[in-house]
Design a protein around this ligand. Sequence first.
Ligand code: NAP
Length: 287
Amino acid sequence: MISGYTALYGLVAHPAHHSLSPMIHNLGFKQHQIDARYLVFDSQAQPQNIATAIRTLGVAGVNLSMPYKQSLVPLMDELMPAAQLVGAINTVALQSGKLVGTNTDGDGFWRALQKRYPNLASQQIVMLGAGGAGLAIIEAAARYGVATIQVFKRQNPTYVAVEQRLVTIANHHSMSIVLHDYADEQALQHALITADCVINATNLGMVNTPGLPMAAPLIRQIAPTCLVTDLIYAPRQTAFLQLAAQSGHSTQNGLGMLIEQAALSFQFWTGRVLQTDPIYHALMKEF
Ligand code: NAP
């Protein structure tokens, strides 16, 4: 029952109404008998107004997605170290009147991978795209035993800034991160031969952005034991994952990451561990 004491959490993004986060978090509150509700706020308000609203209305916590992951960073009173390195947040908690920002995307990705493939050797990674989610995954990689990441990103106005951020992350975690031009097919071909895991962190393959993140013949050149992953979960199997499965690769879509990053946000807000298996089954049923 909702009362005057019910805590409010939510997603602030645009677009937002398609989100599965309300289902995940409200199941979590039920799981732990926490007096709270999670709603969606489809908003295009100025970042400053979002921060003020959270603070003045006493919203206990929010998730952020497009277009707020980076723009709310300077408005936080405190940033967790991973969020500082990535330069983006997906979770905000209001703690004693202070806005505390963190980023659970990266750990969410690796936890989902390790859950399904506990014996995966993930030393050599190839990543396509390096936007907000890609950078979070790169930052978290060292905590999951990754030694080298070869990143492919378009040569555009954000290239130099991303390159500098990758240098900072590589130095901080003492790991090797090499940035290549997305158009350099020869470098990609070479990287694919020894990769343990290929990650599509571009938007290519989403319902409204169809396409492949690499040319179809290159998919057949991915090392046979290499796991092929996509951050996208709608559609459940992108054309990229479909072609990879057809050439004999194990594949993983972004649904596990979605659930695990939510579980980490839930824990950040409530201190409680979300049991993700029942959530996964509930989502599968809903789909
Ligand atoms: P983002 O910050 O906008 O980054 C998108 C990346 O894709 C950028 O690196 C961009 O390249 C690249 N890209 C876009 N179009 C491209 C094209 N035509 N050719 C080559 N590269 C292209 O987005 P994001 O937040 O990182 O999200 C990326 C993907 O992950 C989306 O599909 C999103 O839905 C998914 N995601 C999933 C989860 C989950 O829980 N499963 C969580 C977050 C995100 P440039 O850098 O060159 O612009």
